[in-house]
Design a protein around this ligand. Structure first.
Ligand code: BG6
Length: 319
């Protein structure tokens, strides 16, 4: 789980109890940044920078109790995104209890000097009744030395009946923003999207960056590997880098929908934005023995965009 642990360097991994006694793992990096992952849902519920500032949104009304998925953080949508299919909305991975994987198959990439935890989900007997496929879903949550948060998913078809299976997927990340009206999303301009608010009809994004003045619920297609969320008021830019995830869902429920959600405060839509690295339009099919591997990496950098000094494209072009 951790390559080198030194208490003097304050880099550590701790398994402890969270809200309602649910197990959670706390990752700490030398620079002071932290992340928290609940085994319930394999769900990242906190990501803080070196100043202790929370970068993810979690609702004050979030219910940390099965079977409700935690409202906020990074729910994992698997094996189904939203209601596109016969399963419960967003699939069942987000409301199952995952285990810590003490002996995961090795990663080819070098993770030396990073703090990480490996989690594992396999279907229960009940899951097999609604989705009759054996799988192993391995999630690695890594905190980098600069406080970057990386989530790697490895999903393997372990069916012994010779059958392939097909699924859709999303990292349903809720970012914390100061004021949704002051936020811009860069990197999705001119792309096609399916509008979840209009029977997933296909449209083409016009204009500049995406800004928010009402409910938005869209699946952008064939998106670039880098997307930026610019928060003017906080002078902060989130950069999402993704591998193997062509789509990006952008969601803010706005006031009316917020009021209809029991686990979400009426005014909280002002302080959150979901940008979800996803594979939806072209579902993934795995034959027995095949594995699908994807990742998203999040970083939060100071931005001076609000003063007009920074070309938003530079944020996307820089590495
Ligand atoms: C988004 C969907 O990903 O998740 C929205 O695009 C949905 O349509 C939202 O409302 C929240 O879903 P849930 O199941 O967590 O309430």
């Amino acid at each position: 789980m951790i390559d080198e642990m030194s208490t003097t360097e304050k880099k550590s991994i701790e398994i402890t109890k969270g809200i309602n006694g649910l197990d959670k793992v706390v990752l700490r990096e030398i620079n002071g940044s932290t992340a928290e992952v609940y085994l319930y849902g394999g769900h990242v519920t906190s990501w803080k920078n070196e100043h202790g500032e929370e970068l993810l949104f979690v609702s004050n009304k979030a219910i940390f109790k099965p079977p409700k998925a935690i409202r906020g953080g990074i729910p994992l949508c698997f094996p189904q995104f939203s209601n596109i299919g016969p399963l419960e909305a967003h699939g069942f991975a987000r409301n199952r209890v995952w285990t810590i994987d003490l002996d995961p198959p090795p990663f080819p990439s070098n993770t030396t000097n990073r703090v990480y935890v490996d989690l594992l989900l396999k279907p229960t007997e009940d899951d097999l009744k609604s989705w009759p496929h054996s799988f192993e879903y391995r999630l690695r949550v890594t905190l980098g030395p600069a406080g970057d948060l990386m989530l790697t998913s490895r999903i393997r078809n372990t069916n012994t009946d010779g059958k392939p299976f097909t699924f859709t997927f999303a990292y349903h990340t809720y970012f914390s923003v100061s004021d949704i009206s002051e936020v811009r999303v860069e990197g999705l301009e001119t792309l096609d999207y399916l509008d979840n608010m209009n029977n997933r009809e296909r449209y083409t994004e016009q204009g500049d960056a995406i800004t928010f003045e009402s409910e938005v619920d869209r699946i952008y297609l064939s998106t670039p590997t880098k997307i930026a969320i610019l928060d003017h008021e906080k002078k902060r830019t989130f950069v999402i880098r993704k591998d193997g995830l062509p789509d990006a869902v952008v969601w803010n429920p706005w006031d009316k929908k917020a009021k209809s959600m029991a686990d979400f405060g009426d005014e909280e839509y002002k302080h959150m934005l979901c940008v979800e690295a996803a594979a939806i339009e072209k579902p993934i099919t795995l034959k027995p023995g095949e594995e699908w591997k994807v990742r998203q990496e999040l970083s939060a950098v100071p931005s001076s965009y609000c003063s007009g000094q920074l070309d938003p494209n530079k944020v996307l072009q820089s590495s």
